[in-house]
Design a protein around this ligand. Sequence first.
Ligand SMILES: [Zn+2]
Length: 352
Amino acid sequence: MSENKDKKVKFLVPTAYDILKNVGISLKNTERSTKMILKYFPGEFTEDLLAENTERYSIEKIFEIVKTCFFEEYGYKTQKFDLNNLYQRSINSYISNDKDEEIRKVVHIDELLESTLFSFFLAMFKWSKDFNNPEMYGDCFIHILYLMNDCCIFGEMQATDANDSLLKILSGDIQILNLAEDCYRTVLVFTIAHEIGHKYLHSISKTAPKDKEQHKVLVDEEYKADEIAYNVVLNMIMKKYSVDADLETYTYLAPMMYMDFFDLFYYTDRVLYKTVLERTDHPIIKKRKGHLFAIADRDKYDFDTEEGNDLYSCFLDVYDEYRTQLLIKNEKGKLDKIKRINKRNIMKGLIK
Ligand SMILES: [Zn+2]
């Protein structure tokens, strides 16, 4: 990278609140989504009920609930935290990194992450449920591959026809819609609490890491932020807080699925484009999951885990199936037509 470019990149790394708060665009089209749901789930909803649901389960609402729980759990004040939910072509979430506690903070949860994750749950659960139906099997695999390739790797929002075909796959299966919604909500809580958790950890830590230990400190911090986030999720499930986010008990392993979602994203990138993940400040997913499982096992979290375990085991079956099919189909050259090798190489800076 030339020096000039370097400067530009640094300049683009946003730090100021007003930049972060407003960066991105919104592609949400509530009116269209409402029409689609009414069409594909006939008799299940009315327009009023959908509007009520949208409001009740909106990310803004969840954000406020998590903030309240954070205060009740950790005594941490988050009035100065705002949400940015716009589309920035990023599948990751983050929080602005101002050290000054007086400056307002922005938690970014990309619209792309939200919609991709929700569609991912729909396709995975439907695949698992109708595993023995060959047509459904193929359609679900293709849809998950599409989500991984187009949305996760290339940062593209789901096209209208893709949403259409997913709803066709579901063909009014309300059970799958409910499962996906419930898991998605739990993951939203987890993600938001994870990001706020970072700031909380900064607020209680006295020492700034030295450059040399920076990597280890950042990795440790990820585990701790995960722990905080999972603690909030599990206590929310146990209804420990004054506000009710209405998280279903059986979704208690949804944060694992969230980790697996990223795992499949990186895996797809590796198989299709031979992308090797560079050293990042995030610990590897397997280890993060291991930590989360250890937390869930603690005695203080006492609730019925059977249904949740069953759901996760079904999820893992299709998770394995996706990985196997991706590899086989790729080796046979069956995925060549969906690969965009040139574009991926440009993104990775390998060619101009
Ligand atoms: Zn983090």
